[in-house]
Design a protein around this ligand. Sequence first.
Ligand code: MN
Ligand code: FE2
Length: 297
Amino acid sequence: MVKRTMLTTSSRGLLEDSFPYRLYQKAKRVGTWNPADIDLSQDQKDWKNMGQEQQEDILRLISQFQAGEEAVTLDLLPLIMAIAKEGRLEEEMFLTTFLYEEAKHTEFFRLVLNAIGERGDLSHFHTETYKKVFYEILPTTMARLETDQSPEAIAEASVVYNMFVEGVLAETGYYSFYAALETAGIMPGLLEGIGNLKRDESRHIGYGTFLLQRLICEHPNLYELITAKMGELAPLAILLNQEGTKGREMTSFGGNPDEVMNFTMKQLAVRMEVLARAQGKKIEEIYRVTEKEMGVI
Ligand code: MN
Ligand code: FE2
């Protein structure tokens, strides 16, 4: 029989100053936007006036985000279960907002596709590398947590989900959207949603960073596994960019693909740098970290 230790009726109460609890509070304040409230009528008009190549570049990005959000919505649950099993109440409270937000992101991109009248099969935009990440690596790594809740398995899941998919790939995607749409001054509804998404994701990545720092602090030998995993994934981010630009020297919006690649490389370096900082830190320091230090916007 499972024997529970109650937290909230003990002298411990809730760890109100802890980073995950502060993230939870922040999510309730700023994460409540409603995708259905975003006005996409101008986007609809802009879409009709775009050239075919521009439409294709944007549709590629949307279709990768749409499937990416679907994947992270479906794949998060085993991590929440693993955290709940350890009785980490404040972290689980934050994770309830995390899953809700991923569901809203999935809804948002579908609303955009509906608005621009794209109801066909978009899977041809999912390149070989994209499929490797979202059809294989992410679901396999997350599903492992259903039966294996070891610190190693949790660390690997967080590296793939929070550091790589959210922290590198999604961030690169936002960068590409802004580079195209903001410069061209089009699709304001899509940009508004992406602004909200980016804020939500900064909390998700912040949580993942906290989780990995906590794990490194509790099990210092995990640091090596984490860096090795990031090293293994890094070439996939580079390949994804290359498949997106298909050797072109300029995007259909006049952007330079090299800048996107530089951004990806910078993201990879930043993630590793932040994790390296966990080494030698005390666990209390990790719980006390500020949102700003974790890059939460
Ligand atoms: Mn998301
Ligand atoms: Fe996320």
